[in-house]
Each structure stands twice: as structure tokens, then as C-alpha cells.
Ligand binder design. Structure first.
Ligand SMILES: Nc1nc2c(c(=O)[nH]1)N[C@H]1C(S)=C(S)[C@@H](COP(=O)(O)O)O[C@H]1N2
Ligand SMILES: [Mo]
Length: 186
């Protein structure tokens, strides 16, 4: 059977916590909201309660951090990106999605990458509300990319025609970030 651990990675049972700045534990289900804007037909601002009313799915996926840890069979719940786009309807001009986080951190991906299986806006991990240290109340989950594409403390999704490389990407990390191709640095 082919390995589930990509080249240069090792498996960990722990769940390390990584971010550029501090943990945004001031965010919670009462003061958080998500703005979705840019090249879409139906701009939105959802608070946490409104987000709960959107269709939710469960996924079980392996995650891979560029610092070489991989964690297998992680269980998440949230709104699949493929379900999200049915509501907001990206225009023909929408080619990239910029994920904007509390505190100014960003990352981005082509819209087609966000439409791949298991990509979601996650609000629960392992059957519990998503903890602040892992990006709660709501984060992005893009399991087929290195984990720096999975924005924690997500506050805005901006749909754009031209890419806007994010925090780690402008600091030398790969913008494509495929763990199976070991796309770590640019
Ligand atoms: N807002 C924000 N999200 C972020 C980051 C960050 O610095 N800020 N770092 C990324 C990196 S490098 C990793 S490995 C994962 C870590 O997620 P975890 O702390 O839940 O393991 O979050 C990603 N999302
Ligand atoms: Mo990372």
C-alpha cells in the first residue's frame, strides 16, 4: 500500500499549534463573523449562529505541516467549500480566494483548489467546537495542501481575479504547497 505520509514528513499523534502571531482567544461564537465578498453574486456576512444554519458535513483527512509533521485521520465538521459557492455564486472573474484572518494574516489559493474534495470552513474538530489554539471558532481546512494554507481565525473570504500571495508565501514558502510534490519553498 502506498504510504499516507508524504516525502520528508513524519507521523505525529500530537496536534502541534503553530501561528505567526498570538492565539486569538478573544474570538468566540458571540463576537465572530465571516464576511464573504469580491467577485461573487451574493456577498454575505454571517455570524456564528447564521453559519450553523448552513449545510454541514464531516470529513476525516490527513494533514501535513511544512515543518514536517503529518497527522492522520483528523476529524472535522464544517461547510464544504463546494456547498459554500452554491450560496455565494462566484462570478466568471473569480479565479482566486484570499483567506483573511483576525490580526491581518492571509493566505490564498486558486478557486479550483478550494473546490477540491474535503476543503471546508471548519467549526468543529474531533466532535468538539474548534478550540482557539487551533483557529476557533472557525478556520479554513485545505487538507491537500501544506497546513499553512488552512487559515486559522478566518474572518473574510475575498474572491479575486488576480492572486494576492499570503503571509507565509511572501516569506519564501511555496504558493502551490503540494505535500506530495514536496513544494515547500519558492
Ligand atoms: N491565522 C493564521 N492561520 C494559520 C497560520 C498563521 O500563522 N496564522 N499558520 C498556518 C500554519 S504554518 C500551520 S502549520 C497551521 C497550524 O494549525 P494548528 O495550530 O491548528 O496545528 O495553521 C496555519 N494557519
Ligand atoms: Mo505550518
Amino acid at each position: 500500500m502506498p504510504s499516507r505520509v508524504p516525502p520528508g514528513q513524519f507521523e505525529t499523534k500530537a496536534f502541534p499549534v503553530l501561528q505567526s502571531g498570538r492565539i486569538h482567544d478573544e474570538l468566540n461564537a458571540h463576537n465572530w463573523d465571516l464576511e464573504v465578498y469580491g467577485e461573487i453574486e451574493k456577498p454575505q456576512k454571517w455570524n456564528f449562529e447564521q453559519l450553523q444554519a448552513l449545510p454541514h458535513s464531516n470529513v476525516q483527512v490527513d494533514i501535513h505541516c511544512v515543518t514536517t509533521w503529518s497527522k492522520l485521520d483528523t476529524k472535522w465538521r464544517g461547510i464544504l467549500f463546494t456547498d459554500l459557492v452554491k450560496i455565494i455564486k462566484p462570478t466568471k472573474k473569480a479565479k482566486f480566494v484570499v483567506m483573511e484572518c483576525e490580526g491581518g494574516h492571509t493566505t490564498s489559493l486558486p478557486l479550483e483548489e478550494m473546490l477540491k474534495p474535503n476543503v471546508m470552513i471548519a467549526d468543529a474538530y474531533d466532535g468538539q467546537p474548534l478550540e482557539a489554539k487551533h483557529g476557533g471558532p472557525v478556520r479554513a481546512l485545505v487538507p491537500h495542501k501544506y497546513f499553512y494554507k488552512s487559515a486559522k481565525w478566518l474572518r473574510k473570504l475575498k474572491f479575486v481575479e488576480k492572486d494576492e500571495p499570503g503571509f507565509w508565501e511572501v516569506r519564501g514558502y511555496s504558493n502551490t504547497a503540494d505535500p506530495w510534490q514536496e513544494e515547500r519553498y519558492s
